[in-house]
Design a protein around this ligand. Structure first.
Ligand code: SAM
Length: 202
């Protein structure tokens, strides 16, 4: 697959973001997700894994991880940085993952922002159809304080939408996932609130 924006900027992205997390709270959210995922059989899927930093962190925490990303450029870096991990060329639909692969948990950090809202809803329904009850899903995204539908914003790499956290929780609920917790954090140097939302398959 291709993701034109990320393919073009993958080298710069790799230089700019050498670490998995930009803010400490993200690490804590990932750790809580990893604890929940560790209780489940199967593979943990990092949707839109980018450079693979977070997949590698989850693997260090003991999870059997597979990274999925549509950007050949980002996958090249992920495979170079973490040759021991599997990375699959695919998108948020998870169509690229064979349907007989049991999924323990799904993480999608700052990747569903690049999926048009109607396709996000379709992807969530697809995930729900592939996982067992209790499967945890962690989504992280640039958020909107404004209620209502997702808002397109000027992301520097690719078209993107910010979601109000309640709207995202509702989209998850509509697909069959029930919210467990959410963290909304704000940083003085970043223009938008950021959300980490954990839900489980009902
Ligand atoms: C901001 S990066 C986040 C990377 C990584 N998840 C992280 O937390 O560092 C966004 C990633 O989403 C990927 N992406 C873009 N469109 C996507 C889609 N339709 N499905 C899945 N991932 C997508 C991009 O290729 C890119 O690697």
């Amino acid at each position: 697959m291709t993701q034109p924006g990320y393919d073009a900027l993958a080298d710069l992205y790799a230089e700019t973001f050498p670490d998995p997390y930009q803010f400490p709270i993200e690490r804590h959210a990932a750790a809580a997700f990893a604890e929940a995922a560790a209780e489940r059989p199967g593979r943990t899927v990092d949707v839109g894994c980018g450079l693979g930093h977070v997949a590698a962190d989850l693997a260090e925490r003991g999870l059997d991880v597979v990274g999925v990303d549509p950007s050949a450029g980002m996958l090249t870096h992920a495979r170079r940085l973490y040759p021991e991990l599997p990375f699959v060329d695919g998108d948020a639909s998870l169509a690229a993952l064979p349907s007989d692969v049991p999924i323990a948990a799904i993480l999608a950090r700052f990747s569903l922002i690049h999926v048009a809202p109607a396709q996000v809803r379709a992807a969530l329904r697809g995930w729900a159809g592939r996982v067992d009850a209790g499967t945890p899903v962690l989504v992280a995204f640039q958020a909107a304080d404004e209620p209502g539908p997702p808002i397109a914003f000027d992301h520097v790499v690719a078209p993107a939408w910010r979601w109000n956290p309640d709207a995202f929780a509702q989209a998850l609920a509509d697909a069959g996932f029930s919210e467990s917790w959410r963290i909304i954090h704000r940083d003085k140097d970043y223009r938008f609130p950021m959300a980490q939302l954990l839900a489980v398959r009902a």
